[in-house]
Ligand binder design. Structure first.
Ligand code: TRP
Length: 341
């Protein structure tokens, strides 16, 4: 048979899968560094997005707060521009194939491999009182997330690169033992990815675990709070708004300003020529407030319409489930399980 592509073959869009944990408030860093890129990918790829709520319980959660965090994260991602009509967007715990394939892949992942994961080592130090088995096997569940959808590309930050590499190894191993079953996923580094640093210690990534509350801006912070945090941002004694080595604080503010206004660094330098850091910080604060305003408005709308939210995540789970089940059945058949029915 001729396997050459003919002109009538419609080019399949590449599949992108990504997930984020609903573990508290979404930061400006999460938004500018990851979520905004997800939104931009929706037209060019077949995207599938999830809230990795199963991963979140590797750290103990207070039930009411956890439930609230999940719903808020879902609403916020919709508000950021994830379009559930274009991209199935669901909660991982609603599609049981994740847990099922997670278990199966545990059996194709070596203890030694998991022991080498730097995030496991970090987290087991940080949560020394709860080094549970889920924390250890977290990466094989993440592999299941990705491999269920035959994802070609996975947008991940540097902190998840090692986990993605392990997912590739697991996929290749399984394919090698049986026959090609899983697409071997690749990392996707967005062209406009921004790494947003702490406003208080710009050598560290902006993070909700920052000791200084002023270091981290949240997407749902009120305008006053946002402005206060930017006004207090750490800069330097050079008193000149330019992008240069050693000017971490100013570079970070320029990066944020550029992200939310679309201006280039040259344009920003020209705009603030002869001006002081006070003016600059206020301008960045204002631009961020302006940028987040419609997102915050949409968030509050969604949160006041729980029925709509439920409709979205239920439909998302249904769409995801159809794809996931197909892969899971294939996997189970190859392993030798007896099909039910
Ligand atoms: N582990 C990821 C994080 O904490 C979240 C995640 C879970 C994920 N499953 C995934 C990311 C699959 C990409 C693909 O950031």
């Amino acid at each position: 048979m001729n396997t050459m592509h003919t002109e009538t073959t419609t080019e399949r869009k590449k599949v992108i899968f990504s997930a984020i944990q609903p573990s508290g408030s979404v930061t400006l860093g999460n938004y500018l560094g990851a979520l905004r890129n997800w939104v931009a990918l929706q037209d060019d790829y077949d995207c599938i997005f999830a809230l990795a709520d199963l991963h979140t319980i590797t750290v103990r959660q207070e039930p009411a707060k956890f439930r609230k965090n999940i719903l808020e994260a879902y609403a916020l991602l919709l508000a950021c521009g994830i379009d559930p009509e274009k991209s199935p967007f669901f909660m991982q715990s609603h599609v049981s194939a994740h847990a099922e394939l997670g278990w199966i892949l545990d059996c194709y992942t070596q203890f030694g491999e998991l022991s080498r994961m730097t995030q496991f080592k970090d987290k087991s130090q940080k949560h020394a009182d709860n080094v549970n088995a889920g924390l250890f096997t977290y990466p094989s569940l993440m592999a299941a997330d990705i491999l269920l959808y035959q994802a070609d590309l996975v947008p991940v930050g540097v902190d998840q690169k090692q986990h993605l590499e392990l997912s590739r190894n697991i996929a290749e191993r399984f394919n090698g033992i049986y026959s090609p079953t899983f697409t071997v996923p690749e990392g996707y580094i967005p062209k406009t990815g921004a790494k947003i640093m702490s406003l208080q210690d710009p050598t560290k990534k902006m993070s909700k675990s920052d000791e200084n509350v002023n270091g981290c801006v949240y997407v749902l912070d009120t305008p006053d709070v946002i402005m206060r945090k930017f006004r207090r941002a750490v800069t330097d004694s050079d008193a000149c708004i330019r992008y240069a080595e050693g000017k971490d604080g100013v570079n970070n503010l320029m990066g944020i300003y550029s992200c939310v206004t679309g201006k280039t660094y040259e344009e920003i330098e020209a705009e603030f020529e002869g001006k002081g850091y006070g003016d600059f910080k206020t301008a960045v604060g204002e631009a961020v407030i302006e940028h987040l305003k419609p997102i915050q408005e949409r968030f509050h709308q969604y949160m006041s319409d729980k029925e709509y939210l439920a409709k979205c995540y239920n439909e998302g789970a249904e769409k995801a489930e159809r794809i996931a089940r197909k892969t899971l059945s294939k996997v189970m058949r190859k392993i030798g399980f007896v099909p039910r029915g």
